[in-house]
Design a protein around this ligand. Sequence first.
Ligand SMILES: [Zn+2]
Length: 93
Amino acid sequence: METAQRADRDRGETMLEPDFDPAPTAVQIGRCGYLSPCRAPRCATSYTTIVLRKIDAAGRPVRQIELCDIHAEIMIARERKRGFEIFDRRDWR
Ligand SMILES: [Zn+2]
């Protein structure tokens, strides 16, 4: 399970190409299955529970960020306000 999620993350990162600038249109919320520090600035939490994945209109991942519960809620509220569609996939195991 952990290996699959890591592979998924790596694939997301390799899709970022310099001359390719897809506009994200939605945010997918998932559970973080691996240990990673929260990416929010100045966050003291050393492990994350949530992964936010920005996806473009075709459903391709544009950007992925690991966050703790608190920063995930803040980020979700902000992205919702900016007009992003929010897909909550936290029920997925
Ligand atoms: Zn945090």
